[in-house]
Design a protein around this ligand. Structure first.
Ligand SMILES: Cc1ncc(COP(=O)(O)OP(=O)(O)O)c(N)n1
Ligand code: 3NM
Length: 457
């Protein structure tokens, strides 16, 4: 049966934190998500404007309702703003006995408070002691222990104090607010007294709204799936690092992290390979026609992840060993794979900066008839002169094609359908056909080639 997890948390109307972040995270990890809503916040990326707490008896009733009927394999708490809500949640947790991850939410990213001052003591006395895992960031840990947590040594000391004084099984003092090239979380196991560290490269972004929510939800999802606490924590660190890397630049403040990236990246990668395979089949079905247009350097057909995810050459799939000319026919050398193209991938990544929907391209042999036919057919054609390439660009590995593509886009005033160059010393002239998908590119090529063939007779 599908694992089931519950979030006991607040609603962020901006969709970045609270229950919406939690549900996205649960589902990204293949866990069915349920909600016990504790508060409605009128909130966006800039701050919290208003809060309406839910009646504590309704919070408890929500937990009872889903526990009785659907079952809860693990849960997490987020915003618990009052002592009464905390007492109600704690009663239900004790009654049903599921493992609990506590994100001790105190302030929003904007600095606005999400807990009543008098509830701080209830958080310490009632909620944290029933946690399997508690996940304070450095400022939250400081509030819980009464000293400033600014260094890794402070974080270690705070984790031990929280475990010994408040009795959760595992304490994670998160490193997001600390400094250094790496974000290091300190994990402390109360029973064994053991410390472990979780490290990830620090990602330079202001769009971190919902980080703590998604991280704690991911741990709860891992526990719901039956992972050991340590495996659940490691999985959560991977998910949140991906969610921050691909966070969304929305709003004017701290944009939301993107837990769906965990799922979307896998789905898009599979889809891209499928689409390339379909287009390569069309090339093989027209191998004689297309064989005449394979250049000396061979051809490649590339397809990039959507703009949010396309950062470098590894995010573009193409044909390893390229599309060769064999016995006069076009023949893909191998199955489409990510990270195997540099030339075609660079055309695509540069074009995407100007037209994010243009995610595919194929290079063919330069032939003046292709340029003429493409123009007659109404395609936008634009060239660049490799001989004009500045020496500093030439000297930089991999810089020539981005430079040339920029020139061609500038000349056309938009991303063209066709980019060509007439070569340089030791560089074969090329034509590159661009499009939204590999099928779009191959269709353009076939339309052009058929037009040339029609004109011959
Ligand atoms: C309703 C609600 N719950 C929790 C938060 C905290 O989220 P955020 O401000 O992004 O901070 P972390 O998730 O990183 O701790 C909130 N703002 N609203
Ligand atoms: C070698 C080469 N040069 C091209 C140019 O346009 O200058 S296209 C090309 C072939 C494709 O290369 P890849 O497999 O790295 O995409």
């Amino acid at each position: 049966m599908i694992p089931r997890a519950l979030t006991i948390a607040g609603l962020d109307s901006g969709g970045g934190a609270g229950i919406t972040a939690d549900l996205k995270t649960f589902h990204a990890l293949g866990v069915y998500g349920m909600v016990a809503l504790t508060a409605v916040t009128a909130q966006n990326t800039l701050g919290v404007r208003a809060v309406q707490e839910i009646d504590p008896s309704i919070v408890e009733a929500q937990i009872d309702a889903v526990a009785e009927d659907i079952g809860i394999n693990a849960a997490k708490t987020g915003m618990l703003s009052s002592s009464q809500i905390m007492e109600a949640a704690a009663r239900a947790v004790r009654k049903w006995g599921f493992p609990l991850v506590v994100d001790p939410v105190m302030y929003a990213k904007s600095g606005d408070p999400l807990i009543r001052p008098e509830a701080m003591e209830t958080l310490r006395r009632v909620i944290i002691p029933i946690a399997k895992v508690v996940t304070p960031n450095a400022p939250e840990a400081s509030h819980l222990v009464g000293f400033r947590v600014e260094t890794l040594d402070d974080a270690k000391r705070a984790a031990k104090v929280i475990a010994e004084e408040l009795h959760p099984e595992i304490v994670i003092v998160k490193g997001g607010h600390l400094t250094g090239d790496e974000s290091i979380d300190i994990v402390y196991f109360r029973d064994s007294g053991e410390y472990r560290e979780l490290k990830a490269l620090r990602i330079d972004t202001k769009n971190t709204h919902g980080t703590g929510c998604s991280f704690s939800a991911a741990i709860a999802a891992g526990l719901a799936k039956g992972l050991s606490p340590w495996d659940a924590i490691k999985l959560a660190k991977e998910l949140i690092t991906t969610a921050i890397k691909y966070s969304l630049p929305l709003g004017h403040g701290h944009g939301p992290v993107n837990p769906m990236a965990w799922l979307e990246l896998r789905a898009y990668r599979a889809d891209i390979i499928d689409e390339l395979n379909k287009a390569l089949k069309v090339i093989e079905d027209n191998a004689d026609l297309i064989g005449n247009y394979i250049p000396e350097v061979q051809s490649n057909l590339g397809y990039a992840l959507p703009a949010l995810y396309a950062r470098n050459l590894d995010d573009v799939a193409a044909v390893p060993g390229r599309i060769v000319k064999y016995m006069g026919k076009a023949k893909p050398s191998g199955p489409p794979t990510f990270g195997v193209s540099s030339h075609v991938a660079n055309y695509i990544l540069t074009a995407m900066k100007h037209g994010p929907e243009v995610r595919s391209a194929m290079n063919i042999k330069y032939d003046n008839r292709v340029i003429e036919a493409a123009r007659e057919l109404g395609y936008v054609v634009s060239g660049y002169d490799r001989r004009q390439e500045p020496p500093e660009v030439k000297a930089r590995e991999g810089a020539s094609i981005p430079w040339g593509t920029e020139q061609a886009i500038k000349n056309a005033g938009r991303v063209p359908d066709i980019i060509y160059h007439l070569g340089d010393y030791g560089k074969e002239p090329q034509i590159v056909i661009l499009g939204q998908s590999p099928i779009d590119v191959v269709n353009k090529l076939l339309i052009i080639v058929k037009r040339i063939n029609e004109k011959r007779f």
